[in-house]
Design a protein. Structure first.
Length: 115
């Protein structure tokens, strides 16, 4: 447990006591049942390179360049159709673990919906 504070508060002391109490229970259980804790293995096959904010901003600028004028001329129905499509793309990006793409799409949704 990592805590950052200038002083210990009563809540922090309670949290630490509870943490150590639970660790004690877990240690006793592990010893009784001859269990040696092991690190958790991830089933993620491929780690994606994280793009910097600058790269994401450039991607977003490329996608939104010139769209502001068109956005002002769009009808409500047109915006709803585009939003529906973007939300579908967002879900697909998230399901494919393409979170950088999802972030760009999320920003487009916010821009179009006016949030």
């Amino acid at each position: 447990m990592v805590l950052y504070s200038d002083n210990f508060t009563e809540s922090m002391v309670k949290a630490l006591r509870e943490t150590y109490r639970r660790r004690g229970i877990q240690d006793r259980y592990n010893k009784k049942h001859h269990i040696t804790p092991e690190k958790a293995e991830s089933n993620v096959k491929e780690l994606h390179v994280v793009k910097t904010d600058e790269v994401l901003a450039q991607s977003f600028d490329k996608l939104t360049r010139g769209k502001t004028k068109r956005l002002k001329r769009m009808t409500k129905v047109e915006k709803e159709i585009i939003l529906k499509d973007l939300k579908k793309q967002l879900d697909e990006s998230i399901a494919a673990w393409k979170f950088e793409d999802a972030a760009v799409i999320r920003d487009q949704i916010k821009e179009i919906s006016g949030e």
